[in-house]
Each structure stands twice: as structure tokens, then as C-alpha cells.
Design a protein around this ligand. Structure first.
Ligand code: AVJ
Length: 339
């Protein structure tokens, strides 16, 4: 049993916040990437979101995992789990338990930007599962997946919660292709996706009555204030969440209540906002089974199973690499064909 944690975020490496703010706030349509929503306060607000009555994805996915982890263990025989965006590993414990019970689990490899989270979770899991090796990667899963060690047995790469929905469609396919390369020939991807449904239901999940999602959204401005010495006034931005029916994604935005000028001292940048101008902070794509399969296929992955909850709110898919035939079977030519 061992716990190893490697960090690939160098000193002062704030997972690219400075670059993203410079790039995102100087565009004609302002935008910040959602990964910056999750500092300590943001992660706590997100945990509260997961408990909200309106926010169904967490409960639905947990129900699927509770019911299907045994099947997933049997289908994969996985010896290790790589988890992208592991957080507190609350839901992945269901999977780890099933694999431990099946007797195949050897190693857990969480990848997250928050070092404290990786260390605490790693220690807790190593204590819970005697014999489990934990190899934590502190890094950004868009930039540091190359540092993952090679598989030591059948591997599951898990990305839960619908995090994949934060990518725009092209980036999503590129990312899935990269993840496919981490699987090895007998590995599987376990991907949680929120499903397309009544827009009112989706919008309620991103604009809750208690205002927790609004606080979560505004928190990104506090992150910029603190890390880059900016002077945003978060309370002067309204939380906006709407379902874009054409793209089938939800957008979160912050809308300036009045004309304002913001200084980002750390970047020597001054940014003007017009009255009612919006800053996009997140897209969260919703999937139809059909589109999910198409995205997987574009990454040379094929679904083994698509699990869903009893209300078909959320989907959990298990997918494997499409077997690449090394030789084409040609008829009646007497060539040997590799299996
Ligand atoms: C963590 C990206 C899956 O998109 O539902 C929750 C983040 N944003 N409420 C999601 C989120 C607003 C969440 N993901």
C-alpha cells in the first residue's frame, strides 16, 4: 500500500488563470473557462449545489452507480481507476468498492487541480482499502494527462458528473481521443453525461431558488480579484442561465447591471463592460444517446453499455476502444489474420 502524489502545477501556476483572463476578457464576446470556478470556496459552493432539490445530476448519477457498479466491475475486471476531476471521490467510492469486492482493484489514480483534495482523498482511500496504491496527479486534465503512468492492468478512466459537457463540441472530441489513448487495449472509459430533457427542468437546475448557483457563478470574479488583483464588484453582476436549444447546452453568464470599468492590476489590463453586457462562464452540454455515440465514435471508442436512472435524467456510459484490425481479412488469399 502506498500513496504517491505528484504535482505538475509549478509555483505560481494557477492552471492558466492569467492567460485565460487576458484572452477571455479582451474578446468581443467575453468569456472565462469554467475550471476557474473551483477555488476552495467554489468547490464548497459546488458541493452545496449537488444537494439542491433542483440539481438532479448528482443524485441521478449516484443512483446509477449504486445500482450498476457491480456490472461495471464484472464487465471491466479493472485493476485500476484513473479519475479525471476526482474532487472528493464521493461517487467513485461506489465504483472502487465494487472493484475491491470483485478482488481486481489494485490502484487508484485521481487527477485534480486541488492538491489538498487529492492528498486527503488518497489517504482516506488507502486506509479504507488495504492494499490499494494511490497515485495522485495534481494537474489540469487538459494539459497534464501525459504524466499518467502506463496501465498495470485493465484500466477504467472515469470522468463523472457531466464534466465532459464543459467542452465545446470540437474540443470534446479531441479530448476524448486523448483519453482513448490512456486506456490501453483492455481498458474502458466510464463517462457521465447529463441527458437532453425539458429545458425548464435543466434551467431550474442552473438557477436554483436559494441562489447557490448564482453565488457559485459570481465566485469566479472573486477568484480573479484575489489571484490577479482585479476590482470586480461581483454583486453588480446578475446570474444568467439558459438552455440553448440549438446547441443543446446550458450557458451560465454574468450580466453587468450597469456600465463599468474593471482593472486587472496583475495583468495591467483595463476592461470595459457595457450596461447588460454578458460574460460567459460555462457551457454545460446535454446529450442524446445518439450524439454521445457519435462523439465516442469520432474518438474511436464504442459503447459497451449506456446506463441511465429510472427517470432517464442522466447517462453513464462504459465505452472501449474500437479494435483496430491489424491486418485486413482478404478472402481466399491464404494470408494469416491477426486476432
Ligand atoms: C461540474 C461541470 C458537471 O455543468 O452541471 C453546476 C457544474 N455549473 N451548476 C455542471 C455546474 C452550475 C457542473 N459540472
Amino acid at each position: 500500500m502506498s500513496v504517491t502524489v505528484r504535482s505538475y502545477l509549478g509555483v505560481g501556476d494557477d492552471s492558466s488563470l492569467g492567460d485565460d483572463v487576458l484572452d477571455g476578457l479582451t474578446r468581443p464576446f467575453k468569456e472565462l473557462p469554467p475550471k476557474h470556478l473551483y477555488d476552495r470556496a467554489g468547490a464548497e459552493l459546488f458541493d452545496r449545489i449537488c444537494e439542491l432539490p433542483e440539481y438532479y445530476p448528482t443524485r441521478a448519477e449516484r443512483a446509477i452507480l449504486a445500482e450498476r457498479s457491480g456490472d461495471i466491475a464484472a464487465l471491466t475486471g479493472a485493476a485500476e481507476v484513473v479519475e479525471l476531476g476526482s474532487g472528493t471521490a464521493a461517487k467513485s467510492r461506489l465504483l472502487l468498492s465494487a472493484l475491491a469486492q470483485a478482488g481486481t482493484l489494485r490502484r487508484y489514480l485521481p487527477v485534480d487541480v486541488t492538491e489538498g483534495m487529492i492528498r486527503d482523498t488518497g489517504d482516506a482511500l488507502a486506509a479504507e482499502y488495504p492494499g490499494l496504491d494511490v497515485h495522485g496527479i495534481v494537474g489540469d486534465f487538459e494539459r497534464h494527462l501525459g504524466h499518467l503512468p502506463a496501465p498495470t492492468g485493465p484500466r477504467i478512466v472515469a470522468m463523472l458528473g457531466g464534466t465532459i459537457g464543459n467542452f465545446t463540441p470540437g474540443a470534446r472530441r479531441r479530448f476524448l481521443r486523448g483519453v482513448g489513448r490512456l486506456l490501453g487495449p483492455d481498458g474502458a472509459l466510464l463517462l457521465g453525461v447529463d441527458l437532453v430533457k425539458d429545458p425548464a427542468r435543466i434551467e431550474a437546475a442552473y438557477d436554483d431558488g436559494a441562489g447557490v448557483t448564482a453565488a457559485f457563478n459570481r465566485n469566479i470574479l472573486r477568484v480573479v480579484n484575489r489571484e490577479l488583483e482585479a476590482d470586480f464588484e461581483p454583486e453588480r453582476f446578475d446570474h444568467v442561465a439558459f438552455f440553448d436549444r440549438e446547441h443543446e447546452w446550458i450557458e451560465m453568464r454574468l450580466r453587468a447591471q450597469q456600465r463599468m470599468t474593471v482593472h486587472v492590476a496583475g495583468l495591467g489590463l483595463t476592461v470595459g463592460f457595457a450596461k447588460r453586457e454578458e460574460l460567459r462562464t460555462e457551457i454545460s452540454a446535454k446529450f442524446t444517446p445518439r450524439r454521445l455515440v457519435a462523439d465516442l465514435a469520432a474518438a474511436r471508442l464504442e459503447p459497451i453499455e449506456l446506463f441511465t436512472d429510472s427517470d432517464a435524467l442522466f447517462g453513464l456510459t462504459l465505452a472501449r476502444p474500437v479494435a483496430a484490425p491489424r491486418f485486413r481479412a482478404t478472402r481466399n488469399r491464404g494470408f494469416a489474420v491477426a486476432a
